[in-house]
Design a protein around this ligand. Structure first.
Ligand code: SAM
Length: 230
């Protein structure tokens, strides 16, 4: 089974509230989007958004130019059905983030629990290449991954776990880490999963734009600017 078939099967066989990553309200994502200071029309893409209600809360808050990208058409169908008529105000992309070609750029890239599934270095490089093609220079990246003390698997798949230094190493020096929040997510069956949420700003430098992310110097991140535990 390839990864698209895997994810479609998940969403075809489970309700939106029966998956381990379900959140009634994506509190930390919303807090970090607010902290980014992004304007209401900056454009936000929720990468691997699945059936998350983040887009609902962003619409409620008056954000426009919203998009949800996911590999699973079944997940996007759930999201569109939930939003009803409001779905027409959102762009929906059924695509693999590692191969996505954006039709235009967005001011904010949000990814909760997608990057950590990329266990092959080439996929992670392609993800960062897509990110660079999709984000506006000066834009915000919010990524949530399992923390080092998080689970080694999710949805039956192996995951990578990150801390500040290793995530900076993946994105490269043009991405400035501005805030880190810790979350203890509680699954619908009351298991605790430790996440880290990273907020970056991207400032591309002409010379280093040509170089692969892995060739960039990785500087240790001194300390988390912010920390929270739920
Ligand atoms: C653990 S779920 C998280 C969903 C959502 N971000 C949330 O927090 O509720 C991972 C999501 O990433 C999607 N996904 C996995 N690999 C992907 C890829 N390579 N490209 C795009 N989406 C992917 C899955 O279909 C799934 O919806």
């Amino acid at each position: 089974m390839n990864r698209q078939q895997h994810w479609n099967k998940v969403y075809e066989t489970k309700g939106a509230q029966e998956v381990s990553w379900y959140q009634p309200r994506p509190e930390l994502s919303l807090a970090l989007i607010t902290a980014s200071g992004s304007g209401k029309d900056a454009g936000i893409i929720d990468v691997g958004g699945g059936a998350s209600t983040l887009v609902d809360y962003l619409l409620d808050a008056g954000f426009t130019r919203l998009a949800v990208l996911d590999l699973s058409g079944a997940a996007l169908t759930q999201g569109r059905a939930r939003l009803g008529a409001r779905a027409a105000a959102v762009e929906w992309f059924e695509a693999d983030v590692t191969a996505f070609v954006p039709p235009h750029r967005f001011g904010l890239w949000h990814d909760r629990a997608v990057f950590h599934f990329l266990t092959v270095a080439d996929d992670r490089r392609r993800y960062v290449a897509t990110l660079r093609q999709t984000l506006q220079p000066g834009g915000t990246v919010i990524m949530a991954t399992f923390a080092l003390d998080g689970p080694p698997k999710c949805s039956g798949l192996d995951v990578m776990r990150y801390d500040e230094q290793s995530i900076v190493g993946e994105l490269g020096a043009e991405f400035t880490l501005q805030e880190v929040l810790r979350e203890t997510h509680v699954t619908p069956w009351q298991l605790e999963q430790r996440f880290l949420y990273f907020r970056f700003q991207w400032q591309p430098v002409r010379e280093s734009r040509q170089a692969p992310a892995t060739a960039l110097e990785v500087k240790p991140f001194p300390s988390a600017v912010g920390a929270a535990s739920l």
